[in-house]
Design a protein around this ligand. Structure first.
Ligand SMILES: [Cu+2]
Length: 337
């Protein structure tokens, strides 16, 4: 009798832990957007891995990554969202004003959204921890998510000097909207702001925005960013600019099965879309692959641990397009399956 009771307790425990073992916040979801038919449409020149079964299944290195269709989970989410997925949101950066000077290390960010929204509204669903949101990027750091535009969003401890702020709307699975007016960028300058040079810039909710200064430290933000050294400055809005958006942070469990690469292109059309540019990516310094149409891709075959994902904008001659160093960006992610 005692044994039966114990068994029941153990089974109940097992069931319970299986239920709670799910991603806690949105950022771990890496589903991805756009239309269903694109699922089957791979980028012609983004080779899927061809070296055969053995390597693909061994999972021994990051070079065994394979491009896969949009995960089913995302396809379903898209269907549930209805017309929202076809929205054409337009953002406006109200603050900081373009080319303004700020005499404080605290920089308020105020955004307005308009356009053909089709029900699109940034807002976190408290039950799922997910929702539409804006990606906000200070200089060339990993983005921070801004969910509720009615709430204050402030950058804190921003170092003196010129900075670039980039914003664009995103779906709950972090895929950006790529329509006209969605992407906005301003430059601003902090003068005598008195930032603590030994500490990173953060948001008003304490999330690390950049490592403004010296050491590279892993931050404990909800989206689990790894900071790289801040480079600020000479971005020219008149030149082609690639903005790295995804992947970012930590991918756990099933969310690490297929990880999305997503980016924003400004003044640059890819060859598959009738332009002259290509996007090149590599993982952990491995073989470079190309994306020739502006849409996200999903890669599967990730191994546990940290991975460096590099995404670059490439011109006809095969060189990285110069724009303040921002067109070649490497960010680190952590995979734990
Ligand atoms: Cu996001």
């Amino acid at each position: 009798m005692k044994f039966i009771k114990l068994s029941i307790v153990l089974i109940a425990l097992a069931v319970f832990s299986a239920c709670v073992n799910r991603p806690d916040t949105d950022q771990q979801l890496n589903p991805g957007g756009y239309t269903g038919e694109r699922n089957l449409q791979r980028n012609a020149s983004t080779n899927t891995h061809e070296s055969g079964e053995k390597e693909q299944h061994s999972g021994e290195n990051a070079h065994g990554l394979t491009e896969v269709p949009r995960p089913q989970k995302i396809v379903e989410m898209m269907a549930q969202r209805g017309a929202q997925d076809e929205a054409r949101p337009t953002l406006r950066i109200v603050e900081p004003a373009a080319n303004s000077a700020v005499s404080s290390s605290n920089v308020k960010v105020k955004l307005e959204i308009s356009g053909d929204l089709k029900g699109y509204r940034p807002m976190m669903d408290m039950t799922t921890g997910m929702g539409n949101h804006i990606h906000i990027i200070l200089d060339n750091q990993p983005y921070e998510a801004y969910y509720n535009l009615d709430r204050e969003f402030e950058l804190r401890n921003v170092a003196d000097g010129e900075h670039t702020l980039r914003v664009f709307p995103s779906r709950p699975w972090h895929e950006s909207y790529k329509t006209d007016g969605a992407f906005q960028m301003v430059k601003f300058t902090v003068r005598n702001g008195g930032a603590d040079a030994s500490r990173p810039a953060t948001t008003n909710s304490g999330q690390t925005m950049s490592n403004a200064n010296t050491t590279v430290a892993a931050s404990a933000t909800p989206e689990g960013k790894e900071m790289q050294k801040t480079t600020t400055g000479a971005v020219d809005a008149a030149k082609p600019l690639l903005t790295f958006s995804r992947p970012k942070g930590e991918y756990k469990g099933a969310d690490a099965d297929a990880i999305m690469i997503d980016f924003w292109l400004w003044n640059a059309k890819l060859i598959g879309d009738g332009g002259e540019y290509r996007v090149r990516y590599s993982v952990d310094g491995g073989e470079a692959k190309y994306i020739d149409r502006w849409q996200p891709i999903w890669l599967s075959g990730w191994t546990n641990g940290k991975h460096k994902v590099k995404v670059e904008l490439i011109d006809k001659a095969g060189n990285v397009v110069d724009n303040g160093g921002y067109n070649s960006t490497t960010q680190e992610i952590t995979v734990s399956k």
